[in-house]
Design a protein around this ligand. Structure first.
Ligand code: UDP
Ligand code: MN
Length: 277
């Protein structure tokens, strides 16, 4: 806490979010992936009361800063139903990332993203930079974005949300309405798709994946089939792949390799220490 009062601002941080222990697994693997590529930036995470104490201890070990926040629910049940993803109301909690004012510049990453190559250059971009959404490329996908923490922007976003709501019931609809000139105003705020490769997109354009796949810097496992929900064979150390995820096999395997090397061993020892104490 005393850090908040230190005169020197931390320069910059990667920021993610988890509201439960399940997404926390994603966040831990994401942190391991950022360290593997040697990022020079700090790691921060927003957590809600839904995360267990044991998991918070793990997150504190992996992240430089753990910020406890309340769940902001859009209460927009009708719109969320349209998306058939009622749990996405929770992503309004993401807005709290603007309150991390101890940092000058941040890059938000969903907990279901995985960093494959160093992309510290993202911190040279200005607010609000994001990559196109694969479903509607005139909208950005809100799983990866560059922003500048600010209490004023946070309250402006909340006021805006109360008046306008979100057209998809989640943070992406809201942020696209708020930063509405993203599509047309300044091309330098369009991040390349390689910084937010939405896993479902490649299925509809496999030749592009074949051509450009080695350039991918951040993969984003959007949708309901998260890496930690895939079956994993502990004997062969291989993740099970279904017909619809064949093209994602190397990425899912990388996620699981990082999980087995960096996350599972510490999780297990933590569980043991809890039982012993
Ligand atoms: N999230 C969370 N708990 C939930 C749902 C979402 O913590 O129950 C956070 C998490 O960081 C997640 C982000 O909100 O990556 C956005 O949700 P998700 O990635 O599931 O949406 P998608 O990218 O599939 O549209
Ligand atoms: Mn996501």
């Amino acid at each position: 806490m005393s850090r908040t009062w230190s005169s020197k601002k931390e320069a910059s941080a990667w920021v993610t979010l988890t509201t439960n222990d399940s997404y926390a697994l994603g966040a831990l693997v994401l942190a391991a992936s950022l360290k593997r590529v040697g990022t020079k930036h700090e790691l921060a995470i927003l957590v809600t009361p839904g995360v267990s104490q044991a998991m918070k201890a793990q997150l504190r070990a992996a992240f430089n800063h753990v910020e406890e926040v309340d769940v902001l629910d859009s209460k927009d049940v009708a719109n969320l139903k349209l998306l058939t993803r009622p749990e996405l109301g929770i992503t309004f909690t993401k807005l709290h990332c603007w309150r991390l004012v101890q940092y000058e510049k941040c890059v938000f990453l969903d907990a279901d993203t995985l960093v494959l190559q160093n992309c510290d250059e993202l911190f040279e971009k200005e607010e609000f930079s994001a990559a196109p959404d694969a479903g509607w490329p005139d909208c950005f996908n809100s799983g990866v974005f560059v922003y500048k923490p600010s209490a004023d922007t946070f309250s402006a976003l909340i006021d805006f949300a109360l008046i306008h709501g979100s057209f998809d019931g989640g943070d992406q609809g809201l942020l696209n309405l708020y930063f509405k000139d993203w599509a047309t105003k300044d091309i330098s705020k369009h991040l390349s798709f390689v910084y937010n490769m939405c896993s479902t997109a490649t299925y509809s354009y496999l030749p592009a994946l074949k051509q450009y796949g080695q350039n991918i810097k951040i993969i984003h496992f959007i949708g309901t089939s998260k890496p930690w929900l895939h079956q994993f064979n502990a004997e062969t150390q291989l993740v099970s792949i279904s017909e619809t995820t064949t093209h994602l096999a190397p990425f899912l395997q990388t996620w699981w390799d990082l999980f087995c090397t960096h996350v599972h061993p510490v999780l297990s020892s933590e569980m043991t220490s809890i039982r012993l104490s």
